[in-house]
Write a protein that binds this ligand. Structure first.
Ligand code: HEC
Length: 179
């Protein structure tokens, strides 16, 4: 091979590699803002679906889904898993939008219960549960103090919420609407 031809190959390859890099860089710059835009749209769309902009029909519903009340106050709590403190969350994060619970949660050591009102006040319980049925006051005590009707502590996966009387009543009213 003549040395002239060798240089031709070397320079040709270098130019090709350069072109490929330019194309890759160019497409990254071109695509990145679009990718971000669609992600943001997705994000805000989800927030709207959840009625983030105050679209809840009651204060109780808002507390159940967002963990904040109409007064704008974030409800503080003790216990519960670490992620709840870092990412926020609400009753719905664990007990589900329909209140049926039943699915394990991250870093949880107990399965969230079915907290639909009818279920809580029923005489019949899930297997292994031995305590009298809940009533309104006992449900509120479970939410604030984490005690079941037999005064036994609930698993610490269930946070103990610090709520005003009004917020607590609104939340209870909402639990009564979960079918
Ligand atoms: C981080 C997850 C988590 C969050 C958030 C949470 N809970 Fe729970 N909750 C649980 C778990 C787990 C249990 C079951 C505890 C047990 O078995 O000892 C429970 C139990 C309960 C119980 C008692 C039911 C029973 O079977 O004795 C009630 C009532 C309840 N939760 C209501 C609520 C309400 C209302 C909220 C919102 C203010 C809420 N929980 C938020 C996880 C959670």
């Amino acid at each position: 091979m003549s040395s002239g031809f060798k240089w031709f190959i070397v320079i040709g390859v270098a130019v090709l590699v350069g072109l490929v890099l330019v194309v890759i860089y160019g497409s990254l710059v071109y695509l990145a803002p679009n990718a971000n835009a669609s992600r943001w749209q997705g994000g805000s769309g989800m927030m709207q679906d959840q009625g983030w902009a105050g679209g809840y029909s009651s204060n109780g519903e808002r507390i159940y889904f967002t963990g904040t009340s109409d007064s704008g106050r974030t409800i503080t709590f003790r216990g519960g898993p670490m992620w709840l403190y870092m990412h926020g969350g609400s009753c719905a994060s664990c007990h589900g939008a329909d209140g049926r619970g039943g699915s394990p949660v991250m870093m949880g050591t107990a399965i969230p219960s079915d907290i639909r009102y009818e279920h809580l006040i029923a005489e019949e319980h899930d297997e292994g549960e031995e305590h009298p049925p809940y009533d309104d006051e006992l449900i509120k005590r479970a939410i604030t103090e984490g005690l079941n009707p037999a005064r036994e502590p609930l698993d610490l996966t269930m946070p103990r919420s610090d709520m005003s009387k009004e917020d607590l009543n609104d939340l209870l009213d909402f639990l009564k609407t979960l079918q």
